[in-house]
Design a protein around this ligand. Structure first.
Ligand SMILES: Cc1cc2nc3c(=O)[nH]c(=O)nc-3n(C[C@H](O)[C@H](O)[C@H](O)COP(=O)(O)OP(=O)(O)OC[C@H]3O[C@@H](n4cnc5c(N)ncnc54)[C@H](O)[C@@H]3O)c2cc1C
Length: 466
């Protein structure tokens, strides 16, 4: 099958199979239903074809096919998009999950990674050398999606965002070219992909900086979720050395093996702490958190960094609504609002997640990359998980009301956690000059908005946006 821009192509599945290096999965194939399933439940879309590409030239072929057929193109890495952007109804899914090559250079502390790898796979391989690049809190998230969003995780205060360790990328742009983007080559594209998501092309490889992160002090600490404990936890996290990053989930205690049965369903702070530095100093740094209340569970210990990603259930597809925002303080008053809203929810599982930021992330200038929230002190993610579709509206209303109660000034949004929340929320992810610069760069690299199934940045073409 040939792709000629002058002759509109109708898609032929046998033609694709013959022309492409990769697996072509169509409706009716045994693998189809599994291949169109994404992480979140409640998303049931039927693509015309799913192409699991084997190399970068197959990526370019699929991009050209989408351009020539006009079919909607979904890019799939790890499949964790909260908005369901990695699967399309009637269009083409470009599935990158077989792009799995990883070349580590421990001597130079750099790695080239293909974008079908997950955060957990990369971390395990790098961890064998006592090295790491920071990703998020979940091993099954794809390095493609998290890196292009920014990447906020357990090393954020010590080493910054994932994009702060991105040295270069290879990107297939809308015209089918494979470009290298770094600080010297296509620097505008390099700026835009560090936070601008999948708007500018398909990233096939990333070059990352690696840090020495060997034995850490980390794990789960579960405390009772009183307003005092929550506010004090945040105060300790802000005062802690930068080696320590925390992610605190305030939620009903889940029925996990390490949680005593009488605590199940009670409000708890289920926090994961990571101290990336000397283990003795780490034990001293976590002591104030342990002293906030008698822990319900205390799994903090020296461990190899990759152990921070526990095994995940293979077939967990939660249906959820969520809201991501930033706040500047969580004092006792805010903590009380959190406890009250969680108590008032009817959702089988509801979570207010608090991530204290700062440190290395905040030292990078706000206009150095397309991630514009460097100065924000705390990220808040609110989630309600529900079971029946008829519960969606009530859970959405709860999340909206909760977010309004917590809002402090300009809420902002982290694009990695944005759902299908509308254009206004995308603008909150990319405020002011960041947005203006992104639409101009989009106009240069994707003037027809081929890459539009994402938190879309419409291209600026000859002075107006499409
Ligand atoms: C359970 C869970 C935990 C999370 N934890 C964190 C966290 O701790 N920190 C954090 O920062 N984020 C976190 N996220 C958000 C996550 O980083 C984003 O949702 C990310 O987009 C998921 O990437 P993916 O490759 O798994 O998803 P996909 O659904 O495959 O991709 C999402 C979108 O990203 C774009 N994309 C992905 N790969 C490429 C590529 N190679 N080239 C071009 N575009 C691409 C596409 O637009 C695609 O639709 C979490 C999400 C979930 C569901």
């Amino acid at each position: 099958m040939t792709f000629s821009p002058s002759h509109p192509t109708t898609m032929s599945i046998p033609g694709l199979r013959a022309a492409l290096n990769g697996q072509v999965i169509a409706p009716g194939d045994a693998a189809y239903d599994q291949a169109r399933t994404v992480f979140f439940g409640g998303i049931d879309r039927r693509p015309a074809v799913i192409v699991r590409v084997a190399d970068a030239s197959a990526v370019a072929q699929v991009v050209s096919l989408a351009r020539e057929t006009g079919l909607e193109l979904a890019i799939r890495g790890g499949g964790h998009s909260p908005a369901g952007h990695s699967v399309t109804d009637g269009g083409i899914v470009l599935d990158l999950s077989q792009l799995r090559a990883l070349h580590l250079d421990p001597g130079r502390h750099v790695a080239w990674a293909q974008t079908g790898l997950t955060a957990g796979e990369y971390t395990t391989a790098a961890g064998a050398h006592g090295l790491a690049t920071g990703f998020g809190d979940t091993g099954s998230v794809g390095i493609g999606g998290i890196t292009l969003a920014g990447g906020i995780g357990y090393l954020v205060r010590k080493h910054g965002l994932t994009i702060d360790d991105l040295l270069a990328a290879e990107v297939v742009t809308a015209d089918g070219r494979l470009l290298r983007a770094d600080a010297q080559t296509h620097p505008d594209l390099f700026w835009a992909i560090r936070g601008g998501g999948g708007n500018f092309g398909v990233a096939t490889r990333f070059q990352f900086r690696l840090h020495q992160v060997d034995t850490i002090v980390g794990g789960v600490l579960m405390l009772p979720a009183t307003a005092d404990v929550i506010a004090s936890f945040v105060a300790e996290a802000e005062a802690a050395p930068e080696e320590l990053s925390t992610i605190a989930n305030i939620m009903p205690a889940p029925p996990l093996p390490f949680v005593p049965a009488e605590q199940h369903g009670r409000p708890v702070v289920m926090a994961t702490l990571v101290y990336a530095g000397d283990p003795d100093a780490g034990l001293r740094a976590v002591a104030p958190f342990r002293a906030l209340a008698t822990p319900i569970a205390d799994l903090l210990r020296p461990m190899r960094y990759p152990e921070i990603y526990p095994p995940e259930p293979a077939d967990d597809h939660p249906t959820a609504v969520g809201r991501t925002m930033f706040v500047d303080a969580v004092d006792r008053h805010v903590a009380e609002a959190i406890v009250d809203h969680l108590r008032a929810s009817s959702a089988p599982m509801r979570v207010a997640q608090l991530r204290v930021l700062g440190g290395a992330m905040a030292r990078v200038p706000g206009d150095a990359t397309a991630f514009a929230h460097r100065g924000r002190r705390i990220m808040v993610n609110l989630t309600a998980v529900y079971q029946r579709p008829d519960q969606a509206a009530v859970q959405q209303a709860w999340v909206t009301g909760f977010a309004a109660a917590l809002r402090q000034g300009d809420g902002g949004a982290y694009v990695g956690f944005l759902g299908d929340d509308g254009q206004g929320r995308i603008r909150e992810a990319y405020p002011g000059p960041t947005w203006d610069r992104l639409v101009a760069i989009k106009g240069r690299y994707d003037p027809t908005n081929l890459f539009r199934l994402n938190h879309n940045i419409p291209p600026m073409v000859q002075g107006s946006t499409r």
